[in-house]
Design a binder for this molecule. Structure first.
Ligand SMILES: NC(=O)c1ccc[n+]([C@@H]2O[C@H](COP(=O)([O-])OP(=O)(O)OC[C@H]3O[C@@H](n4cnc5c(N)ncnc54)[C@H](OP(=O)(O)O)[C@@H]3O)[C@@H](O)[C@H]2O)c1
Length: 284
């Protein structure tokens, strides 16, 4: 039976570990706050009490941690990786991922970045979009495991290319959500029926399915039970802007959006669904 360690059982990590358990894998779990592994242990996962044991018996080590710094720190604590493969699925910067690959090699392990698009529901039903970066042989070896989480895991290219692809997609999440929100605000202020606006939008080339996914939440001002938080979207937009600057791109169109998202810091909006940015697109 394939044996995996899932390090980080937050929102996405719990869903990934749950899916792997349901697929019959031998799943070991660790989280900084151990209270967040209890439900998984009740479902049959084994608790990792000592991170030094996480890579034991050539276990594949999947990390689903907040960011690159947390991932490097947690993987570093494992020490000798005993030829295990480390598969970070959390979102981090391109350079952070490359540095982590070197760190993993120095710890005696192998590396395949595997960031994902999709959230809790997609993890639970195995329909995440996996964009891996690494060596082809390592990808092929991990393909059966990734196939439990994704219908068609893709190898994008070498380490860093998966991370770049993920940041490019998350920039679209931020931009599309913001664009939709501010247009919706204007429509409502102008007294145009939302359904009339949506009817035109849905038949136009401008439509994106995420608009309808978030519409009701925005209309109800209900951002509870998030699949992806405002704080994490801000983190990813910040990472995208760093990469864009390095790549010599003109990023002024996006810096304002980052400033907007920074207003969520220290408020309830931060841990709510990222479309809570709708509350920020109106002057209070
Ligand atoms: N949610 C999504 O839909 C989604 C989709 C694609 C990618 N991602 C990415 O996946 C990653 C996890 O997202 P999430 O939504 O699951 O976030 P989350 O619910 O906030 O979970 C974050 C995880 O990181 C851990 N963590 C944070 N800082 C840490 C540190 N310094 N040391 C050790 N552990 C630390 C947390 O541990 P504690 O519980 O102890 O705080 C928790 O396990 C992020 O990189 C996110 O951008 C998320």
């Amino acid at each position: 039976m394939t044996s995996v360690a899932v390090l980080g059982t937050g929102l996405l990590g719990t869903a990934i570990a749950t899916r792997l358990l349901e697929q019959g894998l031998n799943v070991h779990v660790w989280n900084r706050d151990p209270a967040r592994i209890v439900s998984l242990v009740e479902k049959g996962a084994t608790a990792i009490d000592d991170l030094g044991q996480a890579a034991k018996n050539n276990r594949v080590v999947i990390s689903v941690l907040r960011d690159g710094a947390a991932t490097a720190s947690v993987i570093g604590t494992i020490g000798d990786l005993q030829s295990s493969t480390v598969v970070p699925m959390g979102t981090m910067g391109v350079e952070e991922s490359r540095k982590l690959a070197t760190q993993v090699a120095n710890q005696g392990g192998r590396y395949l970045e595997a960031p994902v698009l999709g959230s809790k529901p997609q993890a639970l039903n195995g329909s995440l979009l996996v964009m891996a970066g690494g060596e082809e042989q390592v990808f092929e070896e991990q393909h059966p495991l990734l196939s439990h989480l994704s219908q068609d895991p893709l190898l994008v290219g070498p380490v860093g290319s998966g991370a770049a692809t993920k940041l490019a997609l998350n920039q679209l999440i931020a931009s599309l959500t913001h664009s939709f929100s501010i247009s919706l605000q204007l429509i409502q202020q102008a007294g145009v029926p939302v359904e009339t606006f949506m009817t035109i939008l849905r038949t136009s080339a401008l439509y994106a399915p995420t608009f309808d996914k978030k519409l009701q939440r925005m209309l109800d001002h209900n951002y509870a039970d998030p699949n992806f938080s405002t704080a994490l979207l801000r983190k990813d937009l910040g990472l995208f802007l760093e990469e864009a600057t390095t790549a010599g791109l003109q990023n002024q169109g996006l810096t304002g959006l980052l400033t907007l998202l920074e207003q969520a810091k220290g408020t309830d909006l931060d841990e709510q669904d990222y479309c809570a940015l709708h509350e920020l697109t109106v002057l209070k």
